[in-house]
Ligand binder design. Structure first.
Ligand code: ADP
Length: 446
């Protein structure tokens, strides 16, 4: 037994013994022992009472001198109390530092619970989104940020990307929102002010569009004079080649300007409207009839297995088809084959353009949709390639919520697949087409 306990027991026994002895002197030994025991109990109660009071009032515990049980218990409690106090102070300081650093962040951070309600946020979130402490804590975040793009981003649950929305506070402001899930059902919404980047992007777009527009008029005049020179019967023979080369280059410049203008137009608008039902199968037939040369080029097949119409812009869908088809024709030798397909199902629809042409090396595939990217610059230029076609395809597709997938093997061929989600389909079910409608070759397509 620890000495403190022995000491305490001895003291208690001593008090009872002393009480019994004094009682015995007066002829009441049992009563004396009881008084001694009561005195021991009273002393312990007194200690207990003082301990409870100092714990309750948070005052420092007075630890008496001595070797008994109470000094030991009190010293231990005092030590634990001081240690807890120190920890609390340290946690408090850390919390304050975290709060100060999150408040110093230029990006807004909003913590959302499972029900998308706001539980906490930093100072930047107040500034960027206009949150008010008393009013907005506990509110659903989509009651405060109501832009449809944000609402569907929050609802769809695919947070691999961010979403850009106009600022709810400033007319020209732009914000990007990104949700990062963590813990159990918790989500952190990060809000960044991208007004300046958006302004620069708009300036670049406007500059390219204005420059392209301004360059078209002088080019038309030059083209006109070149045409007149080419038709002039008195033109010296030595001029025929240079004039026709100049005409070719002027036409190429016009193609570049047209593509740049189309790209700026696609970039500046938001998503394509859904009020027009585009008959993709009909557009594919028309494109094949228009672009596939009757002979001397690769064989072109149509593989239509759906009648689904696409909600969107027919001019932009046609541009997608024409760009992909003209690439396939350009990069496929005359003895090769090109196939265009349109199919749909519960997962959405796919427009495919496949060829058995030169193919593309794996490392070049991710760069295909960059502006002016050409795998083989010299050769592509000779073929009339500008390097803007696939950039146009990508933008037109994203305006229709679609994505471009490219599979290719050098020397074997390429397949470009444009995938559209079911929400863009006017009739998503696959419909069996008649053999005549399906059309299997160029003559049927025409
Ligand atoms: P371009 O006007 O040069 O064809 P694009 O943006 O349409 O520009 O295409 C970019 C590059 O991708 C092309 O230069 C070409 O190298 C490659 N490419 C595109 N389509 C095909 C295809 N069907 N087969 C092989 N290479 C292709």
């Amino acid at each position: 037994m620890p000495p403190a306990w022995t000491n305490a027991l001895l003291k208690a026994a001593g008090a009872v013994g002393l009480g019994a002895f004094i009682g015995w002197l007066y002829g009441y030994a049992a009563a004396g022992a009881l008084v001694g025991a009561l005195a021991v109990m009273a002393a312990h109660f007194n200690r207990l009472f003082r301990l409870e009071r100092s714990l309750r009032t948070r005052s420092r515990i007075q630890v008496p001198e001595g070797t008994g049980i109470w000094p030991q218990v009190l010293a231990r409690i005092d030590y634990l109390k001081q240690r807890a106090k120190k920890h609390k102070r340290r946690h408090h300081r850390t919390l304050k530092e975290i709060r100060a650093s999150t408040n110093a962040m230029p990006d807004g951070g909003i913590v959302l619970n499972e029900a998308s309600e706001i539980t906490r946020y930093n100072a930047a979130a107040e500034r960027l989104v206009g949150l008010r402490p008393r009013r907005d804590r506990g509110q659903r975040v989509d009651n405060l940020i109501r832009h449809p793009a944000f609402v569907s981003y929050l609802r769809d649950g695919d947070y691999s990307d961010s979403v850009s929305i106009p600022s709810p506070l400033h007319d020209d402001g732009w914000l990007t929102c990104r949700i990062v899930p963590y813990g159990e059902g918790q989500r952190l919404l990060l809000v960044r002010d991208v007004t300046e980047q958006a302004r620069l992007a708009r300036m670049r777009r406007d500059f390219v569009a204005n420059a392209s527009h301004e360059l078209r008029s002088p080019l038309t005049v030059i083209g006109g004079y070149l045409e007149a020179m080419a038709e002039d019967t008195e033109l010296p023979d030595s001029w025929h080649r240079p004039v026709s080369e100049m005409q070719r280059q002027a036409a190429r410049m016009k193609d570049i300007l047209d593509s740049l203008l189309e790209l700026s137009r696609l970039e500046s608008g938001s998503e394509a409207r859904k009020d027009s039902r585009v008959d993709v199968a009909a557009l594919l037939r028309e494109a094949v009839a228009e672009f596939a040369p009757p002979e001397g080029g690769p064989d072109v097949q149509l593989r239509l297995s759906s009648r689904a119409r696409l909600y969107g812009n027919p001019v932009e869908i046609r541009s997608i088809i024409v760009n992909l088809l003209s690439n396939a024709m350009r990069y496929t030798p005359a003895e090769g084959r090109v196939a265009l397909g349109w199919e749909s199902g519960s997962e959405g629809a796919a427009l495919t353009v496949e060829d058995t042409g030169v193919g593309i090396a794996e490392q070049d595939i991710p760069r295909l949709t960059e502006r002016f990217f050409r795998v083989n610059r010299g050769r592509s230029r000779d073929d009339g390639g500008v390097g803007l076609g696939l950039a146009i395809v990508k933008h037109a597709l994203s305006r229709h919520d679609g994505v471009l997938e490219v599979e290719s093997r050098p020397g074997v061929g390429s397949r470009f697949t444009c995938r559209f989600p079911p929400t863009r389909l006017a009739r998503a079910a696959t419909v069996e087409l008649t053999r005549e409608e399906r059309g299997t070759d160029r003559s049927a397509a025409g």
